[in-house]
Design a protein around this ligand. Sequence first.
Ligand SMILES: Cc1cc2nc3c(=O)[nH]c(=O)nc-3n(C[C@H](O)[C@H](O)[C@H](O)COP(=O)(O)O)c2cc1C
Ligand SMILES: C=C(O[C@@H]1CC(C(=O)O)=C[C@@H](OP(=O)(O)O)[C@H]1O)C(=O)O
Length: 332
Amino acid sequence: MNTFGRNFRCTTFGESHGLAVGAVVDGCPPGIPLTEADIQPYLDRRRPGKSPLESGRQETDRVEILSGVFEGRTTGAPIALLVRNRDVRSKDYDALRDVFRPGHADYTWQAKYGLRDHRGGGRSSGRETLARVAAGAVAIRCLEPCGIAIRGRVLEVHTATEPEAMEAEIRAARDAGDSVGGIVEVTAAGCPAGLGDPVFGKLDAAIAGAMMGIGAVKGVELGEGFGAARLLGSEMNDQIGEAGFLSNRAGGVLGGISTGQDIVVRLAVKPTPSIRKAQQTVDIAGKGREITVEGRHDPCIAPRIVPVAECMLAMVILDAMLEQAKYREFGE
Ligand SMILES: Cc1cc2nc3c(=O)[nH]c(=O)nc-3n(C[C@H](O)[C@H](O)[C@H](O)COP(=O)(O)O)c2cc1C
Ligand SMILES: C=C(O[C@@H]1CC(C(=O)O)=C[C@@H](OP(=O)(O)O)[C@H]1O)C(=O)O
């Protein structure tokens, strides 16, 4: 499955060490002003090699719009977005050809397809997320005139919550040949009430699916999330006053449908699997091996996921808005 969405559909293609990575967006409304300059800032925020606290892979990640835009506006035709890979250095990955990295997708990819592109994780690489970011930036462009704004941030790294302490955690893990995880929060403000479906295709289910579809995300919660399990009903309920809801513990979704409040989503991001510390694994013949993973790896993925999560949330919301537009047309 390489396609996301029902109405605003995004198909991604490409491998980390192939020629290019990109997306084809189908279902984008016509007449939306769109140039590469609208998409590039999101790719710039996501690209690797910006700081010593992330992967040192040096990519410019320049996006080209190949189709679907004429005279600066979307036409309603498929929008093809392309980013060429530059800094591939595939030879550095020869040691991974026959061995499975603990925590990465090597073992399961081999089990599913019987072969694998071992060069930097192939399609399981976090690099694939640049395609979703490019597509999501198009969705953000569509949502802007509707007054919907999406913003993410890192809440925690390992156990630290202050920016300097978070950086220190990442630096310490990197220097020890290890890695750390974290918590990312993403919020959508300005969403109308009524988006989503009450049974299948609930908005919170769609959001959770989109977020769990990002590599290294092991948990997703809306509003109080797991904390809700420890509250009383009287503590959890968002009471309703004449001017609106008095709180937002639900995180902006009730019964699978948006309430019109901020949609607040948090992601638990696991520590990067590729680490220099020695670990136990097997090769494709099942023979026991010790592995230390070299290469240009993020010591913490959480900061790099922020623009990806923003873009995935934008696509889910736009998809739901397009669904709602269809429903209204038939319902009235
Ligand atoms: C933006 C981004 C960057 C990533 N960087 C790395 C990395 O440098 N090294 C690595 O081993 N995994 C990295 N990952 C995580 C792996 O891609 C992911 O753990 C792997 O595909 C297995 O999937 P799972 O963790 O969802 O089970 C990154 C993921 C994302 C989204
Ligand atoms: C290239 C990107 O991230 C990569 C994600 C990744 C992984 O295994 O997920 C491994 C590293 O790539 P490589 O194997 O080429 O060193 C990261 O740099 C990117 O985000 O653009």
